[in-house]
Design a binder for this molecule. Structure first.
Ligand code: DP6
Length: 325
């Protein structure tokens, strides 16, 4: 009753930004991401009928409080499904996702936890089922079941049975690069969960965001399949700007950007003026991710590293889906 799984994080090119059901984590819109090889979580889950409760260590630190409660409540989903109430586990997780890089470690974290738990319980889930379980830990995590380019279908059903991720193109379809630009700026103070809820509930721009998505999704999928980098990059950058615009229309208004965020965005736009195709995207935090092609790596990294307020730049290639160790 023991299994170890490894999952990579992902970066959304079309953002998930809003829920229609907070309990089941059902989104208001489809989203699309690329899985990244540079950042991952490895998790071992060992069930043991001698345990009286779950234990959770993350990076060798014993976790208690809210983070522990979230994990043990999440395991209850599997216990209920497997009819193994009262069977507890030791969960040991290692995160190779530098928090400072501004990646949601919850994406790789819940994907690895779901995969290891399902395997330890010998549930033999399909990837579709695994993605549905993972979604209920953290929405963006359901895309990390697959490598390459992945879409999360929002679905229509109230029970979430049609809300899961599917692969659009595999890891080896296209060698693009993503640089995570780490800023000296402070950590975010509005979590993605809180930020997206406030936006859905109050933003005067939210309908505009939703209405623009079907075209963005259709076009970016064409771009990915055709390996049209300018098309994919420009849609991703515009989609990110629209998502962040919704936060300014919320009540109270907020933004994840810092002055250094803007500086990096302008650096990327200046690279394009000098004919280097590079595009940015930003999640619910100040850090910027930059998409570029392998042949431009040297110039892009040098430029980013020489930008004021940048403390580190970490490169990823397109990553693979869940694996078992
Ligand atoms: C801006 O998946 O962290 O990164 O479902 O509440 O756990 P919960 O939210 P989460 O939100 C990610 C939001 C985003 C966009 C994206 O990854 O699609």
């Amino acid at each position: 009753m023991r299994a170890t799984a490894k999952a990579h994080t992902n970066i959304a090119l079309i953002k998930y930004w809003g829920k229609r059901n907070e309990e089941l984590i059902l989104p208001t819109n489809n989203s699309l991401s690329v899985t990244l090889d540079g950042f991952y979580t490895e998790t071992t889950v060992q069930f043991n009928d001698q345990l009286e409760k779950d234990t959770f260590t993350l990076n060798q630190e014993v976790i208690t409080g809210v983070a522990y409660d979230r994990v043990t409540k999440y395991l209850d989903l599997f216990r209920t499904y497997a009819n193994r109430q009262g069977l507890y586990a030791e969960i040991d997780s290692t995160n190779k996702v530098p928090t400072a890089a501004g990646f949601a470690s919850s994406a790789s974290g819940f994907a690895a936890l779901a995969a290891a738990t399902a395997k330890a319980l010998q549930l033999d889930l399909t990837n579709k089922e695994l993605s549905q379980f993972t979604r209920q830990g953290s929405g963006s995590a359901c895309r990390s079941i697959y490598g390459g380019f992945v879409e999360w279908e929002k679905g229509q059903a109230n029970d979430g049975s049609d809300s899961y991720a599917i692969q659009i193109a595999p890891q080896d379809h296209w060698d693009i690069r993503v640089a995570a630009v780490v800023l000296t700026a402070k950590e975010k103070d509005v979590s993605s969960r809180v930020g997206m809820k406030r936006t859905v509930d109050t933003s005067v721009f939210y309908d505009g965001w939703l209405n623009s998505l079907p075209v963005d999704l259709a076009e970016i999928k064409q771009g990915i399949l055709a390996r049209d980098f300018e098309k994919v990059g420009s849609i991703a950058e515009a989609n990110c700007l629209k998502m962040h615009a919704t936060t300014l229309g919320a009540n109270p208004p907020f933004t994840y950007w810092q002055d250094t965020t803007m500086t990096v965005m302008q650096t990327v736009q200046a690279l394009r003026k000098s004919h280097i195709p590079a595009y940015f995207t930003i999640d619910a935090g100040p850090n910027v991710k930059v998409l570029y092609l392998p042949q431009d790596e040297q110039k892009v990294l040098e430029t980013l590293r020489n930008t004021d307020g940048v403390s580190d730049v970490i490169v990823s290639k397109v990553g693979k889906g869940i694996s078992y160790l």
